[in-house]
Design a protein around this ligand. Structure first.
Ligand code: NAP
Length: 519
């Protein structure tokens, strides 16, 4: 069995004892084991902090070149990584590509942002925020806001569902900002992350100490973080809330960003023609969100709001589309949706379906146990695509992390849609389908405070709009409230989490020279 070692203070370390076992969720066959017991986390932190100087010394152009070479290394080994993602994640090949290609694509995108920054900054290692502000009657005395890289480390803790993309969307941003990373994948699906890091270390391209990997628990690492350090966490709201309360975080001002649970929604505008192009796009997006990664995407739709005649027609179209889904071992022919990733996810998904269904109607699927096609009888973590009709309140409160949606009635008004969105208490993304400009204006204004991202899809873009479940490096990812209140990506915006904004007041001529601003 493969032993996942941690890469810390310049060497690979196998945990001392009590390893967790990683399995293939399609068959429950053991694949690997991991433990970080015995890792000295104070040394990990010191090693990371020391490495920061080398990373900060690189210009934005040099950091861009580093990201490009990382993307190239992963791309060279893409087939092997896809294979590992299928084995350890229960992914179809398409799901595996979504994760692995997402990682490579985000590294490449941030390489391009770095090249753009290099053109604007030259040799400068910090960013300007806005222009000079005149602070006195004499124009010589001015203020300028700048962003400098914070000389700490970034601890990245990731969820089980995107072991490649989740890891590298964070690393790409950190590295471009010049901050060394200690990354920790969710243990149950760490195989892909571990192999990616192994490949990158072997490539020799990374500045020493810039990337460390913890396979297993983070031990006392978080309690050692200080005022220039960062924690970027993705996972459940419960874990995120607990980690925010880590002793020392508040006192030391450790920067924390959290990406957590999300009750994303799709809303059908009252003007949408049943069976028309916008309708079909909405249907396609809902089906994709439910089945891609077996619904285990933080951005997947959980609530579908439909009004009037749309309700019955959408239920019929959705259940029809989902009845063709073949659940089973995703490495075998004919299977279109794999298992959920772990035994505890299976348990939670089945209990969640029961909670959503209480007093409502199950139009498709349900929580009963099933065998997967081409999987050993009684083995594997399989869930049926499930559609629940009706609103017992739970759909706005409970994230069921699987192929499950609730069809919820609303009155068709923009205010009704916005209020339904708000009942989720903060989500990553929601999609709105309509060509009615007045309705769209009102729904955007009403729902945006509850959302990190919105897709407004009408007939002119129905055939080209990226699905709402797809996170793009150019757009911010994160959401208010229950979704954690964090923000990642968004092009250059993502770098600011790792940088300090300082207002500098002084002599316009001196600051112009010092900051390399042509005057
Ligand atoms: P989780 O159980 O909260 O675990 C997330 C991560 O936290 C894992 O790496 C886990 O490590 C680690 N962790 C748990 N306890 C910890 C502790 N005391 N100290 C340090 N690390 C700790 O979440 P999950 O089950 O992996 O992921 C599912 C959840 O993530 C869903 O709720 C989903 O919505 C959310 N999610 C959000 C986004 C987003 O971008 N907003 C993306 C993906 C997923 P171990 O595995 O070793 O326990």
């Amino acid at each position: 069995m493969i032993r996942l070692e941690s890469y810390v203070y310049g060497r690979w370390i196998a945990g001392a004892a009590r390893p967790s076992t990683l399995v293939n969720p399609a068959t429950e066959a053991p694949l690997a084991e991991a433990s970080s017991e015995g890792v000295d986390f104070a040394e990990v932190l010191a090693h990371g902090r020391n490495a920061g100087a080398a990373l900060r010394a690189l210009s934005f152009g040099e950091r861009a070149a580093l990201l490009k070479s990382m993307a190239k290394t992963l791309h060279t080994h893409r087939e092997e990584l896809l294979d590992l993602a299928q084995q350890n994640g229960g992914n179809t090949r398409g799901d595996a590509k979504f994760d692995v290609d997402g990682a490579i694509g985000t590294l490449s995108a941030y390489a391009v942002y770095g090249e753009d920054l290099a053109k604007r900054t030259g040799d400068r290692r910090f960013l300007l925020d806005g222009d000079f502000i005149q602070l006195a009657r004499n124009p010589r005395f001015v203020g300028q806001h700048i962003y400098t890289t914070r000389p700490g480390v970034a601890v990245h803790i990731n969820a089980f569902n995107f072991p490649a993309w989740g890891t590298f969307e964070k690393i790409a941003v950190s590295f471009l900002a010049g901050v060394p990373v200690i990354t920790k994948p969710a243990t149950a699906t760490a195989l892909v992350t571990w192999r990616c890091v192994q490949l990158l270390i072997e490539s020799g391209a990374l500045p020493a100490g810039s990337l460390q990997l913890i396979c297993g628990s983070t031990g006392n690492l978080l309690s050692l973080l200080g005022p220039q350090d960062h924690l970027a966490f993705t996972g459940s709201n419960a874990t995120g809330s607990m980690l925010r309360g880590t002793p020392g975080f508040a006192a030391n001002g450790v920067r924390v960003t959290v990406e957590a649970d999300s009750l994303n929604a799709a809303v059908c505008g009252p003007d949408v023609e049943i069976g028309g192009e916008v309708w079909s796009t909405m249907l396609r997006n809902v089906v994709q969100d439910m089945t891609q990664k077996t619904g285990q995407k933080c951005t997947a739709v959980r609530r579908v709001f439909v009004s009037g005649d749309h309700a019955e027609a959408f239920e019929e179209a959705l259940t029809d589309a989902l009845s063709g889904v073949v659940v089973g071992d995703p490495t075998t022919d004919g299977v279109t949706m794999g298992p959920v990733s772990t035994a505890s996810q299976l348990r939670d998904a089945r209990a969640g379906i029961d909670a959503l269904a209480a007093g409502n109607r199950v139009a498709l699927g349900g929580s009963a146990a099933i065998d997967g096609k081409n999987a050993p009888a009684g083995k594997g973590y399989y869930v049926r695509p499930t559609v629940i009709v009706g609103d017992n309140g739970k759909a706005h409160d409970l994230e069921v992390f699987g192929p499950v949606v609730s069809l919820l009635p609303y009155d068709g008004s923009a205010a009704g849609a916005a209020s339904g969105i708000g009942r989720g208490l903060g989500s990553l993304v929601s999609s709105f389908y309509s060509d009615d400009r007045a309705w769209i204006g009102d729904v955007v204004a009403g729902a945006a405070p509850w959302l990190g991202r919105m897709l407004v899809c009408g007939s002119k873009i129905a055939d080209m709009a990226t699905p709402p479940g797809m996170v793009l490096p150019s757009m911010v990812h994160g959401g208010p409230g229950r979704a954690g209140g964090g923000e990642e990506l968004g092009g250059e915006r993502g770098l600011l989490f790792y940088m300090q904004r300082t207002a500098v007041a002084g002599d316009r001529v001196v600051l112009s020279k010092a900051f390399g601003i042509g005057e």
